[in-house]
Write a protein that binds this ligand. Structure first.
Ligand code: HPA
Length: 270
């Protein structure tokens, strides 16, 4: 795995991708940030050695290099989900490559179902902690020790300093930003009423099918990470409406504007 990461890294270095200290993973329906990037290079995942290829229509599969303000950033337009059939090694491969390219701070966005009934869909949530219910840990296996400690500490997986910067930006922009716990499930089916009840009782505010593997891999490598969820559907077990992916994408597109302004503000302040 390390050799593959190094090969992908060598390829990207040749294209100037070793100049950025900030990277951003754009989640489902949240690719609009790309319009705010002064794009210098854009490479299809399929052209990068060993990069998995995105299979979901709403994820376009490009690694973008550019600037936001004066800051160099790399943006992943499209990410890899466990539910698409990838191994966890594949899911976190790009994060390992980003670290090896010299990135030190990673911002992640995702779409999540909202189980905290004091909040509403369309709002944002800063992830302060998570529960991992995906079936495999990306650090499983001897190979992972090459990237950092196998028994990676997870007492504070979301960087407090980045989180502070995000809260300051949200306040300044007058955007409501909730804080809470994200639970990662394997998907791709959505949850039953009983499952939402169970997950809420377990201490989670929102539920989604991504992010946690990348956060674990980032922590192992000492890459600072912060993540924001866009709450795309209300998951009230006592009043559960059927949801469809179209609705989720539409809600994401509306909330995306606030998310983009927060990330822009934070990146420029770094
Ligand atoms: N469950 C799991 N993942 C999701 C949901 C949900 O309700 N909404 C958006 N991603």
């Amino acid at each position: 795995m390390l050799e593959k990461v190094e090969e992908a890294c060598a390829f990207l270095k040749n294209h100037g991708y070793d100049q950025a200290s900030i990277a951003i993973i754009l989640g489902t329906g949240l690719g609009g940030l790309v319009n705010e990037i002064n794009i210098e290079k854009s490479i299809d995942y399929k052209d990068i050695p060993y990069f998995p290829i995105s299979t979901v229509e709403s994820h376009s599969g490009k690694l973008i290099l550019g600037t936001i303000g004066s800051k160099k950033v790399i943006a992943m337009q499209g990410r890899f989900h466990y539910y698409e059939g990838y191994s966890m090694d594949q899911v976190v491969f790009p994060v390992r490559v980003l670290k090896w390219l010299g990135v030190s701070s990673l911002f992640i966005s995702n779409a999540a179902g909202c189980m905290n009934l004091t909040w509403n869909k369309g709002e944002l949530m800063l992830i302060t902690d998570h529960i991992n219910l995906q079936p495999e840990n990306p650090l499983r296996g001897v190979d992972s020790g090459k990237f950092g400690p196998i028994f990676t500490d997870m007492s504070e997986p979301y960087d407090p300093e980045l989180n502070d910067k995000i809260m300051v930006a949200a306040n300044k922009l007058d955007i409501l930003l909730n804080k809470g716990v994200y639970v990662a499930v394997p998907g791709p089916s959505l949850e039953t009423k009983a499952e939402y009840r169970f997950l809420r009782n377990a201490g989670a505010d929102v539920v989604g099918m991504s992010t946690v593997p990348e956060v674990i891999a980032a922590n192992q490598m000492g890459l600072r990470v912060a993540a924001i969820s866009v709450l795309t559907d209300d998951c009230d077990p006592d009043n559960l409406q059927p949801i469809n992916i179209q609705e989720i994408l539409e809600t994401a597109a509306i909330a995306e504007k606030s998310l983009i302004s927060i990330i822009k503000e934070v990146v420029v302040s770094m």
